[in-house]
Ligand binder design. Structure first.
Ligand code: FAD
Length: 347
């Protein structure tokens, strides 16, 4: 698919200082792989490039991505950051790819719940049907579900005149949890999401109760693609299981390494088929198996250009894992995916 480009200039007295600031933020949050050609900044976000340059009139920003959806998502997140930097909404004139200014945002689809199946005692699989799913089959493993408020007709996000997304608010606000696309057949018009029934969330209840045929919004895709390299260390809890399952199923046959998955009990394990060089180890909490981080610390870290480190779990454990995995020698940021998939709130 050809790449689309959007360009704007933000009138600013000191664009070089702004570029420094954006670079520092991105580095701190590991949001993108950045390069600094001179006073400029190039960021590879995984779904497209952001390029920042000093221009006589201010900060010149170029967004390059494949497809209207990716372009829109990049512009949305960039504009939100610029608004935060400025402390108020920033009005920018964009040139380049034609961008729609009404209707559904190009990264949004309205799906219907086609089927529900119990995969294990605590995992439900929902099959969601929609048109135009091709972009969801590449460049990002994840999406956001857009679950309408109970008992109200859904109000979906729409584009404003400036091309930015207007989200429904108040009683119409949507619940927007992130989920992994466990499987997808874009041509047939469906994708599967596996929903862990942790028992405390709105999505758990919705997944149990939503009538077949009910609408649900999908926004995405995003959040990282399949790992590169062939020397892997993969680990996560139940929320990471759908992504790990998809990664193992799509792994190149030469992949080797270790995959650790922590679940509550042996009934929660799934029949996954890693390539022969990858050892899959299930850690069952109720069997006294080592905790995910303890087990991770025991595995030798892969190193060098073929290494890939992948971890996702609760936020605090993810921060601990990040410390551990950063020690891998000769592993660059683009060779790591470390995600906080949920936050313990003790509610
Ligand atoms: C990129 C990405 C991909 C993800 N993919 C999947 C996936 O494929 N399948 C999946 O099941 N989850 C996945 N998750 C995790 C999921 O988004 C969170 O668990 C989310 O909080 C679920 O929303 P909710 O409406 O159930 O709960 P929320 O409304 O977010 O939270 C309600 C309460 O539930 C608690 N809670 C949330 N998650 C858990 C949990 N796992 N265990 C115990 N308590 C919890 C919170 O602490 C809070 O107290 C993913 C997250 C990310 C960021």
């Amino acid at each position: 698919m050809p790449l689309d480009t959007l360009v704007t200039t933000w009138a600013q007295p000191d664009p070089a200082a702004l570029i420094d600031r954006v670079h520092r933020e991105m580095a701190a949050q590991e949001l993108a792989v950045a390069a600094r050609p001179g006073p400029a900044l190039d960021c590879d976000t995984g779904i497209g490039m952001l390029r920042f340059r000093c221009a006589p009139e201010g900060l010149r920003i170029e967004i390059e991505a494949e497809g209207a959806g990716n372009l829109h998502m990049l512009r949305e997140s960039l504009c939100a950051r610029l608004d935060a930097l400025a402390g108020q909404p920033v009005a920018l004139q964009w040139e380049g790819a034609a961008t729609p200014q009404a209707g559904l945002p190009p990264n949004v689809r309205i799906a219907r719940v086609l089927a529900r199946r119990r995969v294990t005692p605590r995992f439900l699989r929902l099959r969601l049907g929609a048109e135009g799913l091709a972009p969801f089959a590449r460049s990002g493993l994840h999406l956001r579900l857009m679950i309408p408020p109970e008992g109200r007709a859904p109000v979906w996000p729409r584009l404003g005149e400036n091309g930015r997304t207007i989200w429904p608010e108040g009683a119409d606000a949507l619940h927007l949890p992130a989920y992994t696309i466990r499987a997808i057949d874009a041509e047939a018009g469906w994708l599967d999401v596996d929903i862990f029934q942790h028992g405390r969330g709105r999505t758990c209840r919705w997944a149990e109760e939503v009538p077949l045929g009910a609408p649900v919004g999908l926004s995405g895709p995003g959040g990282g693609w399949l790992p590169g390299g062939s020397d892997w260390l993969l680990a996560g809890d139940e929320t990471a299981l759908p992504a790990l399952a998809r990664i193992l199923e799509s792994a190149p046959k030469e992949a080797r390494g270790t995959c650790l998955i922590e679940v509550q009990s042996p009934e929660e394990t799934q029949p996954l088929t890693p390539p022969p060089g990858v050892t899959l180890r299930w850690l069952c909490r109720d069997q006294g198996d080592p905790d995910l981080l303890a087990a991770l610390a025991e595995v030798p870290l892969p190193s060098g250009p073929e290494a890939f480190l992948w971890f996702a779990a609760e936020k605090t454990r993810t921060a601990q894992a990040r410390q551990l995995l950063r020690a891998a020698p000769g592993v660059e940021k683009r060779q790591r995916y470390i995600g906080a998939y949920w936050t313990e709130t003790h509610s």
